[in-house]
Design a protein around this ligand. Structure first.
Ligand code: GLP
Length: 240
């Protein structure tokens, strides 16, 4: 595991974007995945800047989203789909060869899950998976207690996730489930980049990186990934 401690959020975002871009340069037809949430905002903007400046060519690469709240469409405020469309895809002046965004509002959510598996099977394995970490150590919506052998799946949201989810969409939505790439697909990525910022992430980052490997803290499985980078600001890295 490679730990990169950055002085602040801006540096974390830039370093993670540069690492992701380098992965695509090395594997230009690879499959790329970024997370939603607050953490990656600066990273996806920095990545779009690199693309737009011609520093990385994405024309041969495919993009797939990591996760989504079941019940929310890509138009809904706070959805991962909207984050991807607005903050990443909408900023790019060049296009990926193909994009697959999970539709959490699909009438047939099982078919949506199967479509996610199919896309990753067709264009994967992931060449780079950028991940955030939830307050309970989740990756995507691989909540505490998740089966680590799963591919894409639909999973009940943990109480911790339900407590923090209102920061994305207030009281407008009350999702009970998430749909997510599985740990199996994340662990198959050639490179994983875990990003974290802020003192509120320090304790869970310590448990994930220094604690026992267990599905109680899903991010702890990254200790076993052969090519994992952790890019954290000083506040998040304070307990490492
Ligand atoms: C969210 C998402 C994850 C994200 C994590 C951290 O609920 N399911 O993909 O990485 O929790 O979110 P944030 O970056 O807002 O702290």
């Amino acid at each position: 595991m490679n730990l990169i401690v950055c002085k602040d959020y801006e540096e974390m975002s830039r370093r993670a974007a540069e690492l992701a871009a380098a992965c695509i340069q090395a594997d230009p037809t690879g499959l790329v995945s970024f997370p939603g949430g607050d953490t990656p905002l600066g990273m996806v903007h920095a990545f779009a800047d690199l693309v737009n400046a011609g520093k990385v060519d994405i024309s041969g690469a495919h993009y797939v989203s990591l996760d989504e709240w079941v019940g929310l469409s890509g138009l809904d405020e706070g959805s991962c789909g909207r984050f991807n469309r607005t903050e990443l895809l909408g900023r790019l002046q060049k296009r990926f060869a193909g994009v697959h965004l999970i539709d959490g509002a699909a009438a047939d959510i099982e078919a949506e899950r199967a479509a996610l598996d199919s896309y990753i099977a067709q264009y994967g394995p992931l060449t780079v998976s950028v991940l955030g970490i939830g307050m309970n150590g989740h990756l995507g919506f691989n909540e505490d207690g998740v089966d680590l052998d799963l591919n894409a799946h639909i999973i009940p949201l943990s109480e911790t996730t339900k407590q923090v989810m209102h920061k994305y969409f207030g009281e407008k939505f009350h999702p009970e489930y998430g749909i997510s790439q599985g740990i199996r697909q994340i662990m198959a990525a050639k490179t994983v980049i875990l990003i974290a910022n802020g003192s509120h992430k320090a304790e869970i980052l310590r448990r994930a990186l220094c604690g026992e490997v267990s599905n109680r803290v899903p991010a702890s499985v990254l200790q076993k990934h052969p090519n994992c980078y952790v890019v954290a600001d000083e506040a998040a890295a304070a307990k490492l």
